[in-house]
Design a protein around this ligand. Sequence first.
Ligand code: PLP
Length: 448
Amino acid sequence: MLDKSPHPTPVAVPNDLAAHWMPFTANRAFKKNPRLLAGAKDMHYFTVDGRKILDAAAGMWCTNAGHGRTQISDAIAKMAATLDYAPPFQFGIPQAFELASRIAELAPKGLDHVFFCNSGSEAADTALKIALAYHQINGQGARSRLIGRVRGYHGVGFGGTAVGGIVGNRKIFGSLLSGVDHLPATYDREKQAFTKGEPEYGAHFADALEDLVNLHGANTIAAVIVEPMAGSTGVLAAPKGYLKRLREITQKHGILLIFDEVITGFGRLGFAFAAERYGVLPDMLTFAKGVTNGAAPMGGVLVRDTIHDAFMTGPEHMVELTHGYTYSAHPLACAAALATLDIYRDEKLFERANKLEAKFADAVMSLKDLPNVLDIRTIGLTAGIDLAPSADGIGKRGFAGLNSAFHDNDIMLRAVGDTLALTPPLIVTEEQIGEIMDKVGKVIRAVT
Ligand code: PLP
């Protein structure tokens, strides 16, 4: 167990790592050369052997306010001692209502209702189920088709996996949900390489939705789900005008538009939500990760009035939506989220990300001439650096980069295939941005 010190040295490690089957991890390689963490404070993690690691990944796109925020941990501890658990079905806690109002206040006007769950995956599946149920109660039950996008990621529930556009995730499980189709990815390296912010080229990729409407009939399509910036497949920002065009086409055909803002929510792109950055109002918006600064599991779906209100008919003693989780709006998560939102507001972290965007982009682009760099994309406080795959297999150079970063250069980054993703906490200083680039430069050279 950690004591209160953010820098525990050293922390005992069990001899046997076999029992823990780690998620989305190369288990055998990890267990031969583990990357074990013991503590975290501000911009750093601490390893079990006491090394200080610069966090250029906000954990996993989560800790936007940096680590070890005592305001958050104190709120969690206080809540745990006061109200450890409360059933969210047919009972409630004041903090859940307060939190929903505060999240709705941060969201673009019109997204006024919040349905809580515990993760980004649950948020995606919840939004898709609300879309299906909405059309049912609207007398349009034939609208059951769900549209995702190639290179999209919406978590690992059955719905999210099916609409997701990562072949490796989908090929085994995605087919379990029929009636799913995909828009093309918005990335074209030839036309977009080394773009800072939204690429000029690619709004027309949204027009593919008209083709899907022609193919399937608008009356069979329930919803389209996209990330305003696809994070997990390498930081692909929506091209200029793309989301607006998607909104126009969905509106024209009565199709619901869902933004998955699990990564882009809570400041990553310099706004509370990317929907605000792009001036596009979706019908639903999913969030998770940054809502609690990663300190407690929580996700949710922001829902437009018209959709929410459509459910609020029928006998008042009846459950309006037969969906929810034992841990929806868990007291500890609510406490963590309320404290997190206070920090975001008081430290103006979304504005801070906005102001740092240009400097961050310039700094990352300084790596463009290093060996094997095929493309660099930046948006908000996020960057994707594509490295050329090595001759002995796709993903090997990226994986080597992850290891070199952690073991040899004291930096945490994310590697997705051969792309290195940088997403530092929004508290990062200009000096630390420089330090990140120095370290990432060393990593790229090391895996040449
Ligand atoms: N949606 C997006 C856009 C994500 O990036 C992620 C996770 O990275 C998810 C959904 C799934 O979230 P979780 O891992 O909390 O289920």
